[in-house]
Design a protein around this ligand. Sequence first.
Ligand code: HMG
Ligand code: MG
Length: 301
Amino acid sequence: MMLSLPKKVTIIEVGPRDGLQNEKLLVPTDIKKQFISNLRSAGLQEMELTSFVSPKWVPQMGDAAEIAADCLDEKTRNIVLAPNRRGIDRIYSTNCKAVAVFVGVSNSFNFKNINKSTRDSLAELKPIIHELKQKNYFVRACISTAFYCPYEGKISESDTLALCHEFVQTGVDELSVADTIGMASPNESFSLFSQLKSRFNEILITAHFHDTRKLALANILAALQAGIDRFDTSAGGLGGCPFAPGAAGNAATEDVVFMLERMGIATGVDLNKLMTAIEVVIPYLSRKIETGYYRLHAQTV
Ligand code: HMG
Ligand code: MG
């Protein structure tokens, strides 16, 4: 008997955005640009580059306009985030054509993250999404606290599905559904992603796991079996939301690529070049990242 698995998956690299947003010390803008360029050279064709949020809330993203001005590339889906009208207006003055909006299923988390209730965020975002679609933008909706909230605990699957349904009705191209604090278990991953796949098969569904409790790979394997073939990951396992206490980094791109390629699932990512990209930012990070063993074994994948 064999696992039922796809032949290839798409990795959406979120390192330049989710990966860096939680870093306390400002990473120089030129280093971010080099990081993005090297990630592309490693084969990553969809990437979150930055976010147009308030620099008072997330100082690390204060150089969003400069990143957007210099880092767009024809062959890559260059995604930039915005939480509100002000962010969208800032994006309109760039050449970005792919936008991610974000909202939490949990009201308490949404207040901490965006200073609004989930309902008020949705009310603000709905006309914005219609407008973006009329202007031919690719629109991704990031759904935070889809499994657990750092303030409210377990989130019911039906609440997450209901919020996803509202976004699908607005005409988004993609849902990126997140285990923000890395609490989900593989059975919860399988259950929610099976439901999402069967209800919203007409749009792209992506899984976004944080690896707080080292369950991200197990959750990815469970989501794969639910039919998911798109995963948000972050080079070096960087990441975390400043307003989600206890959240560690995202599933590490190198771990996910290594696992999938070993399973015979193509990712299009060159592990050695990925390591080169990570090494560009390592000197500027507050956390320690180990790349040595992937360097050793990259040739044997
Ligand atoms: P607020 O203080 O309620 O905003 O914050 P406001 O509308 O009252 O405006 C206050 C000031 O911010 C004003 O400036 C605005 O112009 C400015 P002032 O008059 O004081 O000089 N402002 C902005 N500036 C630049 N860009 C903007 C913007 N909006 C207002 N877009 C706000 C509300 C949404 C702005 C704030 O809460 C915020 O920026 N939040 C972002 C938080 C964030 O970035 N979180 C991380 C990303 S989400 C995530 O990581 C989860 C995800 O990975 C999935 C998962 O893992 O769960 C996607
Ligand atoms: Mg995240």
